[in-house]
Design a protein around this ligand. Structure first.
Ligand code: SF4
Length: 887
């Protein structure tokens, strides 16, 4: 056993193994687990920085009722009473749970059991609805069950990997590095299908920048090409599938020629031919797909268009081949296994047949079994808004930021009679809670998670529970007991929950459901503690196989997979003259969800410290926008503000905004309030990748920077953002008021400082303002600089003073109001490699000293040698330096 606790990274669906070692003084050392099959010791920038996120800053440490600290007994009594009363008065569908892919499988299991078996409604849905519900629906349509056939080893063994709607280099970096290693070893070809030129596209053999939303046409064209080129596996199709001719007829009709596909997808015919011929000729082909496919009003059809091509060629479940959905969250798969989605029951059992519902009812001995699907996420918040849902419990997620049409979701939370939020920190959502329940965080929780390849791993605690925080499974069981369901929720610990979950998976299964972990039904507590990562299925009898579906035997009524005849549909909302740009949204390299954890780590915030909208040069010119301008972005649903980055990575008519920015890190920069709540008819997943917007320049008249130790939430500014730095925060401010008004507005920050602690200066024209405040020891506590746009001095020196907490010398005091160090101070610049904290200036210096390749920069500085997600940025710096040298 290594020194430290073996656990699992809580950020993404790769599910990397982590060894965490608490150190004296409260810090935690983090390294990758060399024995975990998902990552073999590697971690990406986010995983490497996990030790910097375990502090108690911003943690919820005690229950609150209406903003006042309360005892657990009072809070739990009130939750149980209000839910029971609401159900008694308005029926079971008047209450709902909105849960999260952050929950461990055991947490999910008891939440689902309480709602579907004992409250009697299926109104429990997970934020994974926003992430991969279309994959679930597509799998169920094609395979009869939500099955991911492949495993990560297939990426090592494939000859062609098609990455579609997946910026794998940033969103699943460890998988991407594994793929690049395989490419180096065996020459794996990589095709990237994405409207954006992402970091992933930088290292591929072919990038197909198709028009947003045209994936079905592209894959229908591939199916038709496979038929034309004789690449169909007739024996597999005949023996193991149904519906081929219908699917082919539809595909061939709409994609009768390469020219049709090229014009429909906005691609060059030659590029499409190259892709089709490569796919047709390569037996070992994998198609990896992610949010770019799923987050669409036609996501399920896209998934089935991809699966159709794999079924047609029989390339499924065998080494190095198959469709492969990768999930965004660490335990999205675990949620799918226990029924965290409103349209699934539990253990991959559905609502479709009454005997299936009866089976679960008997197993749970459930008195009020839900018999039909419940409200999916978007509908759930609509119901909360119009009064149909009167009591809502949100667990471990931040819908006030992340849901589409988030403004309406906030209004719904405000108007809902009773809102409970259990979470780890304060978020934009906790503001709406009547009851706040402090939940255990990563490092304190115990249970299991399942990654994208069906591998179950343990999350183990290595820190004590702080304050009054409790694990989610326990909070849910405590409420269930108070609602009168004690017999069914008397679990002593997560191992006992896991055993019941495993028993249900095997209950009257008879091989009908592939999700079967029956062999773990009687796992002893000590074996649960020692649990090593394991792929499901793990049935009681028979040998578990790693890859699934290779030999047919699909979990449908006749054992055959289904081709689904899918048509290319138009986008849910088209751009028009008023909103001519299609906005895409997604992840930044070093951030996670609404930044509640990663936003507090200086080195993770330094690469992209402000919300930025990437826009194509043609659109920028048309709108009069330049790099660094402040843009006002408006959709039919809401607005956001972000800095402009003009980028040829965007196709004309499209733009990209990160999904992460909440009201705790910027004034109004979220993608959620802009997004459309239009959903896929099968999966209920909302369209987050194509939102018609208008992008306009804000006439910024003043800018400001506040360097402070305080954790503030500014109000009254047109735009502000903040980033953590050593010892405090840096706030960037700006406005459209006159500069003197900007100074007045910003000056309010200093109201609490005594005059003898404050030095101030305003220039004669009233345009430039500087102020600094010292603490009792004479160290810098706060600095405020206001100036017209483009005239602020750099803030590196002030930030370093804040971090040092050293009393200032005479020269430093004199220099304070200039904002510039009295002696030259090297700056690493914006962090490029977050794993080793290497800045842009250091890389530029190493290039100037002779490093000519990414590998040479890596040898010199280590930059790019860990997770590799910054390699494309390093390459850009090298290329730009070469260009400048050539000019
Ligand atoms: Fe965590 Fe990074 Fe691994 Fe994802 S790839 S699980 S974020 S370390």
């Amino acid at each position: 056993m290594a020194d430290g606790v073996r656990t699992t990274c809580p950020y993404c669906g790769v599910g990397c193994g982590v060894i965490a070692t608490p150190r004296p003084g409260g810090s935690v050392s983090i390294k990758g687990d060399p024995d975990h099959p998902a990552n073999r010791g590697k971690l990406c920038s986010k995983g490497s920085a996990l030790g910097e996120t375990t502090g108690l800053d911003g943690r919820l440490l005690a229950p609150e009722i209406n903003g006042r600290t309360a005892t657990w007994d009072d809070a739990l009594d009130l939750v149980a009473r209000r839910f029971s009363e609401t159900v008694a008065k308005h029926g079971p569908d008047s209450v709902a749970f909105y849960v999260s892919g952050q929950l461990l499988t055991e947490d999910y299991y008891v939440a689902n059991k309480l709602m579907k078996g004992f409250i009697g409604s299926a109104n429990i849905d997970t934020n994974s609805r926003l992430c991969m519900a279309s994959s679930v629906a597509g799998h169920r349509r094609a395979f009869g069950e939500d099955i991911v056939p492949g495993i990560y080893d297939d990426l090592d063994e494939a000859d062609l990997v098609v990455l579609t709607g997946s910026n794998t280099a940033w969103c699943h970096p460890i998988l991407y590095q594994r793929l690049l290693a395989a490419r180096q070893a065996r020459g794996t070809k990589i095709v990237v299908i994405d409207p954006r030129r992402t970091a992933t596209a930088d290292e591929c053999d072919l990038h197909l920048a198709l028009d947003p939303g045209t994936d079905v046409l592209l894959f229908n064209g591939l199916l038709a090409h496979l038929e034309r080129s004789g690449a169909i596996d007739r024996a597999f199709v005949a023996a193991s599938t149904s519906g081929f001719s219908e699917a082919l007829t539809v595909a061939s009709a709409e994609a009768s020629s390469l020219a049709d596909v090229a014009s429909g997808c906005g691609l060059a015919e030659a590029d499409i031919r190259l892709f089709y011929e490569l796919f047709a000729a390569t037996e070992r082909s994998i198609t990896v797909y992610s949010q770019g496919v799923n987050q669409s009003a036609h996501g399920t059809d896209k998934v089935n268009a991809i699966i159709n091509c794999h079924l047609a060629t029989g390339r499924i479940g065998r080494p190095g081949m198959g469709p492969f959905s990768v999930t965004g969250q660490p335990n999205a798969m675990g949620g799918r296994e226990v029924g965290g989605l409103a349209n699934q029951l539990a253990a991959h059992i559905n609502f479709d047949k009454s005997e299936d519902v009866d089976r679960v009812s008997r197993f749970w001995n459930a008195p009020r079994m839900a018999r039909r699907a419940g409200l999916k996420a978007v509908d759930m918040f609509r119901a909360a808004g119009d009064g149909r849902v009167k009591a809502l419990w949100i667990m471990g997620t931040n819908p006030a930021v992340s849901m589409p049409d988030a403004g309406r979701v906030r209004a719904a939370l405000k108007s809902c009679d009773f809102v409970v939020v259990s979470d780890v920190t304060h978020t934009d959502t906790t503001r709406y809670a009547d009851i706040l329940l402090p939940a255990a965080a990563w490092g304190e929780k115990s249970g299991t998670v399942t990654n994208s390849e069906r591998r179950m791993s343990r999350q183990r605690p290595f820190l004590p529970l702080p304050g009054a925080a409790r694990p989610d499974w326990r909070i849910i069981c405590d409420v269930a007991r108070r609602m009168g369901f004690g017999d069914a929720f008397g679990f002593e610990g997560p191992a006992e929950v896991f055993r019941e979950h495993a028993r249900l998976s095997a209950f009257e299964n008879n091989g009908e459901r592939l999700f079967d972990i029956g062999s773990l039904s009687a796992i002893e507590d000590q074996d649960y503690e020692r649990f090593t990562p394991l792929l499901w299925p793990q049935p009681i009898e028979g040998n578990p196989s790693a890859r699934l579906l290779a030999d047919g035997g699909f979990p449908t009524s006749d054992g055959r997979a289904r081709f689904v005849a899918v048509r290319q549909e138009g986008v849910a909302l088209a751009v028009d003259a008023e909103r001519p740009v299609a906005l895409n949204s997604g992840r930044s390299r070093d951030q996670w969800h609404t930044m509640t954890r990663t936003g507090r780590v200086p080195r993770l915030m330094s690469n992209a410290p402000e919300p930025v909208i990437e826009i194509a040069p043609e659109d920028a010119t048309r709108q009069g926008l330049s790099d660094g301008d402040l843009a006002h972005v408006s959709s039919r649903y809401g607005f956001a503000r972000a800095r402009v980055a003009v980028s040829s990575n965007q196709k004309p008519g499209s733009a990209f905004l990160p999904m992460h920015w909440s009201g705790r890190f910027a004034a109004n920069a979220g993608a959620g309030p802009l997004a459309t709540p239009i959903t896929d008819p099968f999966s209920g997943q909302p369209e987050l990748k194509h939102v018609p917007v208008r992008v306009e320049r804000e006439a910024v008249a003043w800018t400001g920077t506040l360097v402070t130790r305080r954790d503030l939430r500014p109000t009254g500014f047109v735009h502000w953002t903040r980033q953590p730095v050593e010892g405090g925060w840096v706030y960037e401010l700006c406005g459209t008021e006159t500069p003197d008004q900007g100074i007045l507005l910003s000056r309010r920050f200093l109201d609490g400082f005594a005059h003898d602690r404050l030095v101030e200066y305003t220039d004669r024209r009233g345009l430039n303002y500087r102020a600094a405040a010292l603490d009792d020891d004479g160290a810098l506590a706060e600095a405020l600089l206001v100036a017209p746009p483009g005239q602020l001095p750099p803030r590196d020196w002030l930030v370093s003073l804040l971090g040092s907490r050293e009393p200032l010398g005479a020269m430093q005091r004199m220099a304070l109001l200039s904002g510039r160090s009295p002696v030259p101070m090297p700056s690493i610049g914006r962090v490029v490699c977050a794993c080793f904290n290497i800045g842009v200036n250091q890389i530029a210096q190493s290039v100037a000293s002779g490093c000519r390749t990414v590998a040479e920069v890596g040898e010199s500085l280590r930059a790019g040698t860990n997770c590799g997600s910054c390699r494309s940025e390093i390459r850009k710096i090298i290329d730009e330096a070469r260009l400048q040298a050539a000019e």
